[in-house]
Design a protein around this ligand. Structure first.
Ligand code: ACO
Length: 324
């Protein structure tokens, strides 16, 4: 049968590190507070690179790692909540800069769950068309959406990008065993970034974007309740048990949330790799960065069963069960 395979993974982050200690000089916070409440020790912050710049670097690394020619890329999907612009899509900029002239390109907006939605979309498009190769990239420059005087959000986020190259192959084993995607639009106001207000006068003033606003405690409760449910549903759709899964690669929003989810699922924390201490929350980039790192350091091996699970703005949740 024909299915898809992950033939390459890559990640990239800006070179500039901002530590908790540095943030404590800018606002009323401390290394101790940030580490205890979130697990974050540092984050990478862009100095002038935009979201497409980070995504292009991931695209270049994917091409180099796989040896696939840029002219053979049929599809580029970028998951982001911090696009360069409303239009063009960040994916279109990536397509242009890579010279992937044969590729259809568009963005997916589902905040921190974006990579799960984008991977699902790419899988379905590859399996139902003549497309053979697709890049799925999660990329964020969240630092441009943050109010750097608001300690309740500024300490949480970072910039980065990661991605996978998917290839259609003849195989006996499907890559993706099950998905579970959910959206809770009634909770849309819990996380808002880059909002626009329509001025009632005409001619209007130039629109400005609202900075990142989040009702943190509500999102915490949502995540610790809905993510276990999403993982259990996806696992049962895949007709496997939780114990069969080798690695749970969860969106890196807060170490406490991940510990709570592991506890609720009655699973050892050793099955939940963490890199939040190094990156902070990189929204749609968090899962592909973690996946690329776990493959690069040998933790995730060919044949392993993985639950990729994200949550965030929308509000939304998404889990994919895949055999790498
Ligand atoms: N430094 C020091 N003190 C702070 C800071 C800070 N950076 N931020 C808040 N505080 C204070 C608050 O003012 C409050 O003080 P008070 O008790 O005097 O009122 C106290 O610390 C506790 O604040 P809480 O908001 O209750 O802290 P909590 O333990 O809930 O941690 C956090 C906050 C880390 C935001 C947590 O709620 C959380 O992780 N929520 C989930 C966020 C998330 O997962 N988002 C992901 C989705 S994002 C997306 O989709 C892009």
């Amino acid at each position: 049968m024909q299915d898809i395979k992950i033939v390459g993974t890559a990640s990239y982050h800006p070179s500039s590190v901002v530590t908790n200690q540095q943030l404590s000089l800018l606002m009323d916070t401390s290394d101790e507070w940030i580490k205890t409440r979130t697990g974050i020790k540092q984050r990478y912050i862009s100095h002038g690179e935009n979201t497409s710049d980070l995504a292009v670097e991931v695209g270049r690394r994917l091409l180099k790692a796989t040896g696939i020619s840029v002219s053979d890329i049929d599809l580029i999907i970028v998951a982001t909540m911090s696009p360069d612009a409303y239009t063009p899509s960040t994916a279109a900029i990536v397509q242009g800069k890579l010279g992937a002239t044969q590729a259809a390109a568009f963005d997916v907006s589902a905040a921190c769950t974006g990579f799960i939605y984008a991977l699902t979309t790419a899988e379905m498009m590859l399996k139902s068309s003549s497309y053979k190769n697709a890049m799925v990239i999660g990329a964020e420059v969240l630092s441009k959406l943050i109010d750097w005087h608001d300690r309740s959000t500024a300490v949480l986020f970072g910039d980065g990008a990661g991605g996978v190259l998917l290839k259609k192959v003849e195989t006996t084993e499907p890559l993706i065993l099950a998905h579970c995607l959910n959206t809770y639009g009634n909770l849309a106001n819990k996380i808002i970034a880059g909002g626009t207000n329509v001025d009632p006068t005409f001619p209007r003033k130039v629109t400005t974007l609202t900075p990142f606003e989040m009702q943190g405690r509500d999102v915490y409760r949502f995540a610790t309740h809905e993510v276990p449910r999403s993982i259990i549903t996806a696992t049962s759709k895949a007709k496997i048990s939780l114990g069969d899964i080798d690695h749970f690669l969860l969106h890196q929003a807060n170490e406490r949330i991940i510990k709570q989810i592991a506890k609720k699922l009655q699973l050892p924390l050793t099955k939940f790799p963490l890199n939040i201490m190094k990156y902070g929350n990189t929204a749609a980039a968090s899962e592909p960065i973690l996946l690329a790192e776990c493959i690069a350091n040998g933790l995730v091996k060919q044949g392993d069963l993985i639950a990729l699970s994200g949550f965030g703005g929308g509000l939304s949740t998404g889990t994919i069960i895949l055999r790498y």
